[in-house]
Design a protein around this ligand. Structure first.
Ligand code: S3P
Length: 171
């Protein structure tokens, strides 16, 4: 359990549907810290949705914006930051997060990710084909990279508040 004050931001990483936003928001509330969602910040800066950025500006433009937004959030110091699933995969972002934050991988089975992401259709990467196949591929590519996070917490099918309990126990 947490016996010391957090001197660095907490950054949640992991695949789409792992619960980064739902858990991050509640974790911040429990710790009395600010919460920021990187996707939301990118949308605010671009004045359009993630799906529209992908469609109208392309994925590379989204990734540039993501890198800048996360650098700015890290600069702002303490707080909980939920990243988009691709953020920690970017070497520059990963290096900055490793250096300046406590990173936590919310690790989940593909079945759970599919179940959770099927409730909404706002994720452009999952519209490119069968979500189970896409998430299986992304897990194979990215899990070894997410494993570089400082802490790993298994994301299972329990409420976000119970997930926060697990994260707090790991911190
Ligand atoms: C992405 C994940 C999304 C969003 C974008 C790309 C990815 O964020 O950033 O659609 O590459 O995994 P969530 O993980 O919050 O869904």
């Amino acid at each position: 359990a947490l016996t010391r004050p957090l001197d660095r931001p907490v950054v949640l990483v992991g695949l789409m549907g792992a619960g980064k936003t739902a858990v991050g928001r509640r974790l911040a509330a429990r710790l009395g810290l600010t919460f920021a969602d990187a996707d939301h910040e990118i949308e605010a800066a671009a004045g359009r949705s993630v799906a529209a950025i992908f469609a109208e500006l392309g994925e590379p433009a989204f990734r540039d914006g993501e890198r800048r937004v996360i650098a700015r959030l890290l600069d702002s110091g303490r707080g909980v930051i939920a990243t988009g699933g691709g953020a920690f995969v970017d070497p520059q972002t990963r290096a900055a997060v490793k250096e300046r934050a406590i990173s936590i991988w919310l690790r989940a089975d593909v079945d759970l990710l599919v179940k959770r992401t099927s409730r909404s259709s706002r994720r452009p990467l999952l519209k490119r084909g069968d979500p189970f196949a896409i998430l299986t591929d992304l897990a194979a590519q990215r899990n070894p990279i997410y494993a570089e996070a400082d802490l790993i917490v298994d994301s299972v099918d329990i409420s976000p508040e119970r997930m926060v309990d697990r994260v707090l126990a790991a911190l």
